[in-house]
Design a protein around this ligand. Structure first.
Ligand code: NAP
Ligand code: MG
Length: 479
């Protein structure tokens, strides 16, 4: 990094409007929690408290569910075109307030401002635009099947893409005529609450969208509640299994978007510079807090030395630190808890005999930080090659033949995503067929689009979000 000496380029937070305390967004208004409890949400880069947020208890969950059930009676009867108007309005308002959303996302979650500005917020708006367009075309999306809304959807999201995950959940549900109760993660509630303000300002009928905050127990109460007809969960496989049980017990429709341990595969005929960029983007984007992160790298033996040398050189150039600086590549780790998890895996990796590489970078004194990390000399059975770390940690292995790499890549309990780098279209087709992953990127990585379905196999969950598939998860049919 010494070579670059970039001047600081901090984004300003002076234009954002945050309250000191946030209540629960139920039935169109912000309401004090029945629990009377609030918890702090912290800026992981400075460890400062940003705001206090209400903790919803079982009674609050019940109020939100009842408001959603009541609102469903009229919302589901509105014409698709009318529903679409509201959803378009939300999309436009996210665009208008995009700078504010980006800054709040970065302050609350620690991701670089460049990412929240260029990826999270525009994609969130794009999801609302996309599903707004489907609202009056459901009969064309599912001809002869008479699509109908399910009712109330209980939606629970994680902390890695807070606004974007809220958009993935809310937009298709509303387009299909459902009403929702959404809970953001404990460490990143603020953009969802900002979205609640937007929804209020957009004039959505009361109760169509309810946003309640709280910890895991609030999520569990939502799943156990009798009203929701659908549970939509994005988060860890561990909690996903509990949600699965709740859905079975309550006879609720379910989608689960869970963890991953994706293989990113580089063949010797690949454009190596581009592949290196894709490896970096695959694992260090959003501090590696990405379900589809390319956390297992497989490099063909003949180009291993070259790839490794170029990768280390590129890692040395990554800027770690203040997420509000527009030059920053790797921001703060989302929470102390997550940092401890990552550090535990770094220790495990070393104990398992893998060799660690981290560039030397100056880290801020306060806050949660982890430099970009790679492990070489990794065995297939190592825990760092099997378990999801959810941090900026890459495990590298080599391969000789295409058959070998297919076997290795599929040797995982997960199946969310994969990447392939090669000059040969035939190899791409062979791998996309053979890899057990919901998404396979070819000569690119971490590309998202609302028109494209996303979801997993095996322990990565089931059901798809995005595209027409994403509508199907919020509809029932007469056939
Ligand atoms: P998590 O611990 O499973 O939490 C996810 C959400 O569930 C949070 O809102 C959490 O609340 C809530 N929750 C916790 N315990 C619950 C319970 N017993 N019942 C109902 N809800 C409960 O996951 P995370 O650590 O926030 O997120 C990281 C995980 O999400 C990773 O495994 C990642 O791969 C996965 N993920 C998957 C996708 C995908 O599309 N497949 C996308 C993003 C992330 P609290 O925050 O208050 O604990
Ligand atoms: Mg926070």
């Amino acid at each position: 990094m010494e070579d670059w000496n970039l001047s600081p380029a901090p984004e300003s937070a002076s234009h954002i409007q945050l309250k000191k305390q946030y209540d629960l967004f139920i039935n169109g208004t912000f309401q004090k929690p029945n629990s009377k409890k609030y918890f702090a949400t912290i800026n992981p880069a400075t460890e400062e408290i940003i705001a206090e947020v209400a903790e919803a208890n079982v009674k609050d969950v019940d109020s939100a569910m009842k408001a959603a059930a009541e609102a469903h009676k009229t919302w589901s009867k509105l014409s698709g075109a009318e529903r679409g108007k509201y959803i378009y309005r939300i999309a436009r308002m996210i665009q208008e307030k995009s700078r504010e959303f980006a800054v709040i996302e970065t302050l609350d979650g620690g991701k670089p401002i460049r990412e929240s500005r260029d990826i999270d917020v525009p994609l969130a708006a794009a999801h609302f635009f996309y599903y707004a367009g489907w609202a009056d075309k459901l009969d064309y999306a599912f001809p002869m099947r008479k699509p109908q809304s399910l009712g109330v959807a209980a939606q629970i999201i994680p902390w890695n893409f807070p606004l974007l995950m809220a958009a993935w959940k809310i937009a298709p549900a509303l387009a299909c005529g459902n009403t929702v109760v959404l809970k953001p993660a404990e460490t990143t509630p603020l953009t969802a609450l900002k979205l609640a303000e937007v929804i209020q300002e957009a004039g959505l009928p009361a109760g169509v969208v309810n946003i309640i905050t709280g910890a895991g127990s609030t999520g569990a109460e939502m799943c156990a509640h009798p009203i929701p007809n659908k549970l939509a969960f994005t988060g860890s496989t561990e909690v996903g299994k509990l949600v699965y049980k709740a859905a079975l017990n309550g006879n609720k429709k379910l989608t689960l978007e869970l963890g991953g341990k994706a293989a990113n595969i580089v063949f010797d005929d690949a454009a190596i510079e581009a592949a290196v960029e894709g490896i970096i983007n695959g694992i260090y984007f959003n501090q590696g807090h990405v379900c589809c992160a390319g956390s297992r790298l497989f490099v063909q033996e003949t180009v291993y030395d070259e790839v490794l040398a170029k990768l280390k050189k590129r890692m040395d150039m990554l800027i770690v630190g203040d997420p509000m600086d527009k030059n920053t590549d790797i921001g703060a780790i989302n929470s102390k808890n997550q940092l401890q998890t990552i550090e535990r895996y770094l220790k495990i990796g070393k104990e398992e005999g893998a060799e660690i590489y981290q560039p030397t970078c100056k880290l801020p004194k306060k806050g949660n930080w982890c430099p970009p990390t790679l492990f070489t000399n990794v065995a297939q059975s190592n825990r760092i090659a099997q378990e999801e770390i959810f941090g900026p940690v890459l495990a590298i292995q080599t391969f000789r033949t295409i058959e070998e790499v297919i076997d290795k890549a599929n040797n995982t309990p997960y199946g969310l995503s994969a990447g392939v780098w090669t000059d040969k279209g035939s190899k791409i087709f062979q791998l996309t067929k053979a890899l057990k992953a919901g998404v396979v990127w070819a000569n690119t990585y971490n590309k998202f689009d609302p028109t494209s379905p996303f979801g997993g196999y095996k322990e990565s969950g089931f059901g798809r979000e995005g595209g027409i598939h994403g509508l199907e998860a919020y509809l029932k049919f007469e056939d």
